[in-house]
Design a protein around this ligand. Structure first.
Ligand SMILES: Cc1cc2nc3c(=O)[nH]c(=O)nc-3n(C[C@H](O)[C@H](O)[C@H](O)COP(=O)(O)OP(=O)(O)OC[C@H]3O[C@@H](n4cnc5c(N)ncnc54)[C@H](O)[C@@H]3O)c2cc1C
Length: 805
């Protein structure tokens, strides 16, 4: 066995073998995979081998498409068979909401190059005559769906990697992974130690245990999952061609042909997490005990949907475990807090996603970043707040919801509330309807009297409509208050603070007492952050950015500290407070401080430490609603008291609390972009309008400078524009296609209803030559192409007089 390698991949399931293959494909060959038993000794052994492209995240869907197309390539390289059956598949819709969902998914596929189509009940019956289409409104047909041989495919990945120089050690359990001071690793196995530059944890069912060897907790949990294989059925084997897959979400089942019979699996409600206290090392190819009682309801439903099943005997019952992250997407990338330790775990659909996971990880390791934004499966999308119980309960919820419709305005109930601020009860007493992000509760809106205390999940305008409209009016016409706890906040201190910020951020750094807005770029010039920087002193800065990107941003900061004398403190949940926004905001602030807050003394983008009531607060004059506004930060234990001070002063000015729904509506009227919508690691400054915050001429050779300058000088080929949409009862959400005539020319990044100006608005990309004021397009909303016109003047306060005045 080798004693050193550039990369050691731990785990020979489909994911580890895919990572190994992709590393060789991109040119790294001094690599090895270590497997404790034989290849496919974990979940991979139990898999039903189905694959599909459907995924609510467009980049994930694209990577699933990549995975499926890769199998032919593997067969050609290795001469081995993956046992491919490209039979196509149809997902049924038994409710209007489900059909809306599928139609919206189909719309996204138009610009992703996926050739799906919406089919009616008759077509479904023709495609799959064994399906009883009673009650079925339609379905989404995907010709790429199919199934394969899990073992053959895993061995094909392994052979392709071996052919390119990779080594595979079988029957060699990894016992320890020990970091060296230089960032390399000693991987201790039963057969000796391998010194590796990089370690990849691809240990599937044992990912938690292998993670613990490096002192980390990876938020995933195994679940039991059952499928049945029937005896041979004449109506199946007498057909000339193989039956397509049928996913029946209402019955929580997926069905496909298995040789001369059928295979049907269930995502049942009565589900069980497996191996709560750890996966036994002795587990291997054995099956778990059948739990047919858990799926009895689903089986009954399946008999109605596929009556043929009633006549077919069950040949085999498979009950096997596989792992999920709390949101069902994989956990991929460099693990925060460790050097050269990579995660490729939590892959619940290895045969749809394994190729994309391997490709993205190999790009990240070799090129420094994945070529497309894969935040949806980044291991850093969860922070260190996550605990095993939170993970397990969320995984159970996700498993049960595997076939549920995902609504754009939906908030999932399990493990809520998890984290709250002292203001939580204050809002609750005022009929707040909460959402949750990154474990933290934040108000979405305040329910009007008589309205339910929850938002109805919908693709159309919801019951939050009128409440949100009133909150928007309160902000624009008087003053609104909401929390600023859901920003990621960092304190940067030390003698090199300014020099470091000048290098890591693309924008101009502020003078003391001022704020600046700045993007953070990757070396290839992609947007990896959207920050507000406050200069408190020459060696003391506060950064604010997306709350949900804390681990993602901290990982980047930590990877880029060498040679700088700076300290970074994540103060996101320790420094919180409120923003007040609206024409009366200054009057409210003036009433609670003795400081001069007049327009000339406290200018737009100023930051001051003031006494607010009895509290010493950092007050920043900035506002994401586009109004006159202030952010007021105090320590978390002072937040409740600060609220009393502001509420008392605000009462006479008609101050009203507002939530995130109103905030997002208000920012739309100003065409302000939003992180992970208009600004994300797929996009660059000039095409998103972020270039106005890039300091192309500052002396510092900031990260991404050359790439950003090149983008600017060549000019972007597409631009984000704002559109006034002629919508009816549903607004855009994100990812809808934008048509010029019958041609898809772009896609929506975000949008919604701008309540104050009473206009449905979309933001989205179109080719630069089409980005012309007044140009007409159509945008597909729930299958209906709605007229949309480019607008270039913000709908409220176009010259910024309110915000700056
Ligand atoms: C019943 C069932 C049906 C399924 N159906 C489908 C389906 O139709 N389609 C689909 O896409 N997915 C399906 N899956 C899920 C699929 O099996 C997984 O997504 C996939 O197998 C995950 O692969 P992996 O490589 O991440 O993990 P695993 O297959 O668990 O592989 C991990 C490997 O790491 C090795 N390992 C662990 N610890 C160590 C150590 N310390 N040292 C060395 N080696 C170690 C293990 O021995 C194992 O071989 C199904 C799963 C089950 C259980």
């Amino acid at each position: 066995m080798k004693t050193s390698a550039k990369v050691v991949v731990i785990g020979g399931g489909v994911v580890g073998c895919s990572v190994l293959y992709h590393l060789t494909k991109m040119g790294w060959t001094d690599i090895m995979l270590i497997e404790r038993s034989e290849l496919t000794s974990g979940s991979t052994w139990h898999a039903a081998g189905g694959f599909h492209t459907l995924n609510a995240d467009t980049n994930m869907a694209a990577l699933q498409g990549y995975t499926i197309r890769l199998y032919r390539e593997l067969e050609e390289i290795t001469g081995m068979s993956c046992g491919l059956h490209h039979v196509g598949g149809v997902t049924l819709a038994g409710t209007q909401d489900r059909l809306d969902y599928l139609v919206a998914e189909r719309a996204k596929h138009r610009y992703m190059g996926l050739d799906t189509q919406i089919v009616g009940p008759e077509e479904i019956r023709k495609l799959s005559p064994i399906t009883n289409v009673e009650g079925v409104l339609g379905g989404l047909y995907d010709p790429l769906d199919g199934h394969l041989d899990p073992s053959g495919t895993t061995h094909a990945y392994a052979k392709a990697a071996r052919m390119a120089g990779a080594e595979i050690e079988l029957r060699c359990p990894v016992l320890e992974t020990n970091p060296r001071p230089d960032g390399t690793w000693d991987v201790v196995t039963e057969r000796g130690t391998v010194h590796a530059e990089h370690v990849v944890n691809a240990a599937g069912l044992w990912a938690r245990e292998v993670g613990a060897m490096a002192g980390i907790y990876l938020p995933l949990h195994p679940m039991e999952h059952q499928y049945l294989i029937t005896e041979d059925i004449p109506e199946v084997y007498e057909r000339d061609e193989e039956l397509p897959h049928v996913m029946d979400p209402e019955g929580e089942s997926y069905l496909r042909q298995e040789r001369q019979g059928l295979c049907i699996g269930f995502y049942e409600q009565r589900c069980d997490p497996w191996a709560v206290d750890g996966t036994p090392w002795s587990f291997g190819h054995e099956l778990l005990e059948n739990r047919l009682e858990r799926i009895s309801d689903s089986v009954e439903f399946a008999y109605r949907r596929f009556p043929i099943l009633e006549r077919a005997g069950v040949k085999t019952v498979i009950n096997g475990p596989f792992t999920f992250a709390p949101d069902g997407n994989p956990l991929v990338g460099p693990v925060p807090g460790l050097r050269n330790y990579w995660s490729a775990v939590g892959v619940m659909a290895g045969f749809s996603q394994g190729g994309g996971v391997g490709l993205s990880l190999a790009e990240w390791m070799i090129e420094g970043e994945p070529r497309r934004d894969i935040f949806a499966m980044d291991v850093a999308r969860f922070g260190d707040w996550i605990t095993p119980t939170y993970t397990r309960e969320k995984v159970r919820e996700n498993y049960q919801r595997r076939f549920s419709v995902s609504y754009p305005n939906e908030e999932l109930p399990v493990m809520r509330p998890f984290q709250t601020t002292p203001a939580y009860q204050i809002w609750k007493d005022q009929r707040a309807v909460f959402g949750s992000a990154y474990g933290m509760e934040a108000v979405n809106y305040f329910a009007l009297p008589g309205e339910p205390l929850e938002e109805t999940p919908s693709f159309r305008r919801s019951n939050a409509w009128e409440a949100t409209a009133q909150e928007c009016r309160a902000v624009r016409e008087a003053v609104g208050i909401n929390e600023i706890h859901n920003f990621g906040k960092y304190r940067i201190t030390g003698p090199d603070s300014r020099r470091w910020l000048d290098w890591i951020m693309a924008g101009r750094m502020p003078t003391i007492g001022r704020l600046s807005l700045t993007p953070m770029l990757s070396p290839t010039g992609k947007l990896i952050g959207d920050f507000t920087v406050t200069a408190l002193a020459e060696d003391d800065f506060q950064l604010t950015a997306s709350f949900g990107s804390q681990a993602y941003h901290l990982r980047w900061f930590e990877q880029h500290l060498d040679g700088y004398d700076v300290s970074i403190d994540n103060i996101s949940t320790r420094r919180i407070g409120f923003q007040i926004a609206g024409p009366k905001a200054r009057d409210v602030l003036a009433a609670v401080t003795r400081a001069d807050v007049s327009a000339s003394a406290f200018r737009f983008m100023d930051a001051k430490t003031l006494d607010v009531g009895a509290y010493q607060a950092l007050v920043q004059r900035v506002s994401y609603t586009g109004d006159l506004g202030y952010e007021i930060y105090v320590n978390a234990d002072e937040q409740y008291g600060l609220y009393q001070v502001l509420a008392e002063a605000g009462a006479e000015h008609g101050m009203r609390p507002f939530g995130m729904r109103a905030m997002m509506s208000l920012r739309l009227e100003k065409f302000f972009g939003s992180w992970m919508r208009e600004f994300r690691p797929d996009y660059r400054p000039a095409e998103t309008g972020m270039d106005r915050f890039v300091s192309y001429n500052k002396p510092a050779d900031f990260i991404g400078k050359a790439a950003a300058a090149a983008e600017k000088s060549s000019g972007p080929s597409r631009m984000i524009c704002a559109f006034a949409v002629d919508a009816v009862d549903a607004d855009v959400v994100a990812d809808e296609p934008i048509f010029d005539g019958d041609t898809v020319v772009g896609f929506v990044t975000s949008g919604g209803y701008a309540h104050y100006s009473e206009q449905s608005v979309a933001l989205g990309f179109v080719p630069t030559e089409m980005a012309i004021e007044g140009r007409q397009f159509t945008i597909e909303i729930l299958g209906d192409r709605r007229p949309a016109r480019i607008i270039t003047t913000p709908l409220v306060d176009p010259d910024g007089a309110r915000m700056r005045g």
